[in-house]
Design a binder for this molecule. Structure first.
Ligand code: BTN
Length: 255
């Protein structure tokens, strides 16, 4: 890959449980920051909030970056949004003039359907913490089973053409390198907030935030520098919502 430091070392696997789990194992073995794990197939791919993530071998991209940043867990929390911004910029550069948007915190969507999911995990260690950035992109998938059909699509379905997975992967990490450099200047989303908000599909829309059995409705007004969603609640108060275990949906559907 034509990148500065991401992908050194590079691990390509035919099959693995989850590239995030593989990245954790490498982290525990002392593998350095910048290591990238890419798999053709995951047998136990993980999504956010305990969900699973399925993929079709050879059609989608599954990869995880191991980072060992000098950041506290709080400072690292915005990286999940930064990763979505990198994917969004990379997808925009593809032929086909797509205008990808981001559904807070980190789903990348085209039209009203999801083309990419991101799972960021933190490994806390007494010596040095690691951050695993796991990205799954629906690239050349032609069909989605069952209920996924309603809310997922692929870049091939959206552009009408086959996409080169390797160049897309390279572009994503080139974008991430630039974004990460910017992120480290302030250790938050200050320098990236404007671009992120321009792509934020929820902005100005009525959304419903759910935490377990509780939910809160309001209008999304943007994000703060830590990447929290700014939600204008019905009582007029402005809430800062942390991504964590929260799910956000438009009141009329997925977006
Ligand atoms: C989500 O939208 O729920 C997040 C999905 C994240 C999927 C990717 S695929 C590569 C990496 N390995 C995993 O097990 N999950 C992430």
């Amino acid at each position: 890959m034509n990148t500065q430091w991401i992908g050194h070392p590079f691990f390509h696997m035919e099959e693995v449980d989850s590239t995030n789990e593989a990245a954790k194992r490498f982290a525990n073995q002392g593998v350095e920051s910048g290591a990238l794990i890419v798999a053709e197939k995951q047998t136990a791919g993980k999504g956010r909030r305990g969900r699973s993530w399925s993929n079709t071998a050879g059609e989608s991209l599954q990869m995880s970056l191991l980072l060992r940043p000098e950041l506290t867990p709080k400072e690292a929390s915005g990286l999940t949004l930064a990763a979505a911004l990198a994917v969004s910029r990379a997808v925009e550069s593809l032929p086909g003039s797509l205008r990808p948007q981001i559904k807070w915190p980190n789903d990348v969507i085209v039209g009203t359907k999801k083309i990419c999911g991101i799972l960021v995990e933190l490994l806390l260690d007494s010596d040095q913490s690691s951050v695993i950035i796991g990205i799954g992109v629906n690239v050349n998938n032609s069909v989605f089973p069952g209920e996924l059909r309603e809310k997922a699509t692929s870049l091939k379905l959206a552009t009408g053409g086959q996409i080169d997975r390797e160049s897309l992967m390279e572009k994503i990490w080139q974008e991430f390198e630039a974004i990460y450099e910017q992120y480290l200047l302030t250790k938050d989303m200050s320098g990236l907030k404007a671009d992120y908000e321009q792509r934020l599909v929820n902005i100005g829309r009525q959304v419903c935030v759910s935490y377990g059995n509780e939910s809160l409705e309001g209008v999304a007004e943007g994000i703060d520098v830590e990447g929290h969603l700014l939600l204008r609640a019905k009582d007029g108060g402005l809430r800062h919502i942390e991504a964590g275990e929260v799910s956000v949906r438009g009141i009329y559907g997925y977006v």
